[in-house]
Design a protein around this ligand. Sequence first.
Ligand code: ADP
Ligand code: SF4
Ligand code: MG
Length: 306
Amino acid sequence: MNILEIKNLSVGFDIEINREEKFFYALNNINISFEKSKIHAIAGESGCGKSVLINTILKLLPNNALIKSGEIFFNGENILNYGEKEYRKLRGKKIALIPQDPFMSLNPLYTIENQLKEVSDDIDVIKSALEEVRIKNIDNVLKSYPHDLSGGMKQRIIIAMAIISNAELILADEPTTALDVSVSNSILDLLVDLKNKGKTIILVTHDLSIVSNYCDSATIMYLGDIVEYGICNELFKNPRHPYTKALLNALPNERGKKLENIKGNISPITEIIEGCKFHPRCNFMLEKCKTQKPELVDGCACFLNQ
Ligand SMILES: Nc1ncnc2c1ncn2[C@@H]1O[C@H](COP(=O)(O)OP(=O)(O)O)[C@@H](O)[C@H]1O
Ligand code: SF4
Ligand SMILES: [Mg+2]
């Protein structure tokens, strides 16, 4: 069963260029479904639209953003029709967000205990959630302020909040980017624990090694488009889109060496690219790729697979 279904979603921003405000798309007609009790990766380089997608689900977009079209069904209800009051019942309750910087979700002026008590006033529920995220000196941690805690500990507190609120869906936007490798792995292990308890996790990352080690399915995005999606085992065994292949080739091997860097850089959304948006960087480009945009067919948007 799908817990979340996104249909024909297009989102963009009003951006001032040469003193004139223009609209540019950051997400183009996104269609994607998320099965319950799995870890789903959204992957791609920085600037692909991953955070815009996550923030659209929770309607946490900046003022210059506009949702041009689309529907987002959470447990069968189109939440994009919700008003702010209904969204407040969703955010941090049925749908939790684990941001890249946990400081953003914690109030520096309150102790951890006071902040967790805003989610539940039952101290036993709070303590059991802190045990679940493997925090040891619980009484000391409860008395601490966010600045007393390391990045990894703060991220554990945010995950504990999601457990206390009993959120069904957890959106984790690069939750380990600011952490060192061993702390990062222990946070990702906690996400696997949550999945095993029936939660659904959408994990945004630019790191395909995290995708291959922790996720069940992956959606690869490039400049606001889905270019490939599939079950992780299949995607890693048989990547089809040249962008997915390039991301995999850019991963360091066991000896820390990359096979190949992806040529060029991702463009800003203000630069309109005709045809396949990846064509300026693609090693397999055909003549028609410069003018025609490939459709997403059978999980891959590339003429070589159609
Ligand atoms: N408030 C904004 N105004 C204008 N452009 C924005 C804004 N927020 C994000 N963008 C642009 O949207 C694109 C996608 O951004 P984002 O979703 O943050 O990328 P990712 O999370 O994949 O790194 C980028 O080109 C980014 O510059
Ligand atoms: S459609 Fe063409 S440019 Fe785009 S990824 Fe495929 S081969 Fe490369
Ligand atoms: Mg981001």
